[in-house]
Design a protein around this ligand. Structure first.
Ligand SMILES: C[S@@+](CC[C@H](N)C(=O)[O-])C[C@H]1O[C@@H](n2cnc3c(N)ncnc32)[C@H](O)[C@@H]1O
Length: 211
C-alpha cells in the first residue's frame, strides 16, 4: 500500500492519490476580494499563479451568453468572470476531481450564482454548448499535445464571433501558439504581456453563420 503522505501527484491527474491538504488563498482581482479553498495536487495551491492573474486582469468578457473556463483548477478565472459579468453563465471544467470539488465550494464561498462546474476532458462535458468566450490557462505540464488539442477543438463549441483567450509563457507563446491560433481561427492578437507570460486572443468566425 502506498503512503498518501509521500505521494506527489501532477495537478492534472483525474484522481490524485496524495493526502488532501487544504489551503486558503485570498486575492484582490480586478478590484474585488476573493477567497479560494485550495488543496495539494491542484494547480497553484499557495497563491494565484502569475499567468492566471494576467489572464484575469486582461480577459475581455461578453456581457451576456455563455463563457467557458476550460481547466478551471480551483476556479479563479471562471469565478472572477462570473463576478465581473453577472448576466453571463460561466461553465468551469476540469479533469482533476479534486479541482472540480474545490471549484464548486469556491462558487459558494464567493457567492457566485451564475456559474457551474463540470468534470471531464477537453470539450466533452460541454459539447452541446456554443460559447461566446473560451478562457484557458492550459496544463502545459501535461504536454503540448494537450495544449494544442485545447486550441484546435475549441471552434466546435464556439458561437460565431466568440473569442478564445489563452495565457501562455512567452517562450512558448511567442511562435508556436500564434501559428496554431492562425491555423485554427485565422487570427491571433496579443491582449497582454507581463512577467514572462502573454495572453493570446482570437475570434472564431463561423463560416456557416447567416450574414
Ligand atoms: C495550468 S492549470 C490552470 C488552473 C486554473 N485555470 C488557474 O489558472 O488557476 C490547468 C488545469 O487544466 C486541467 N486539465 C488538464 N488536462 C485537461 C483536459 N484534457 N481537459 C480539461 N482540463 C484539463 C488541469 O487539471 C489543471 O487544473
Amino acid at each position: 500500500m502506498s503512503d498518501p503522505d509521500h505521494i506527489t501527484d501532477h495537478y492534472f491527474v483525474s484522481e490524485p492519490k496524495s493526502k488532501e491538504r487544504f489551503g486558503l488563498v485570498r486575492a484582490a482581482l480586478c478590484g474585488k476580494n476573493y477567497e479560494f479553498l485550495t488543496a495539494s495536487s491542484v494547480f497553484s495551491k499557495t497563491k494565484i499563479d502569475l499567468g492566471t492573474r494576467l489572464l484575469i486582469e486582461s480577459m475581455v468578457l461578453p456581457k451576456t451568453g455563455y463563457a467557458l473556463d476550460i481547466g478551471c483548477g480551483y476556479g479563479a478565472v471562471g469565478i472572477v468572470a462570473a463576478k465581473l459579468s453577472p448576466k453571463l453563465w460561466v461553465i468551469m471544467t476540469d479533469v482533476n476531481i479534486r479541482a472540480v470539488r474545490l471549484a464548486k465550494k469556491n462558487l459558494e464561498l464567493n457567492k457566485i450564482t451564475n456559474a457551474e462546474v463540470r468534470y471531464g476532458f477537453f470539450y466533452e462535458p460541454v459539447q452541446d454548448f456554443r460559447f461566446n468566450c473560451v478562457l484557458s490557462n492550459p496544463p502545459v505540464s501535461a504536454g503540448m499535445d494537450t495544449v494544442r488539442t485545447i486550441v484546435k477543438q475549441a471552434p466546435k463549441v464556439m458561437a460565431d464571433k466568440a473569442t478564445f483567450q489563452m495565457v501562455i509563457r512567452s517562450k512558448i507563446g511567442a511562435k508556436a501558439l500564434p501559428e496554431l491560433f492562425c491555423e485554427t481561427f485565422g487570427d491571433c492578437k496579443v491582449l497582454a504581456r507581463e512577467s514572462g507570460f502573454r495572453v493570446l486572443m482570437a475570434q472564431h468566425i463561423d463560416q456557416n453563420a447567416a450574414e
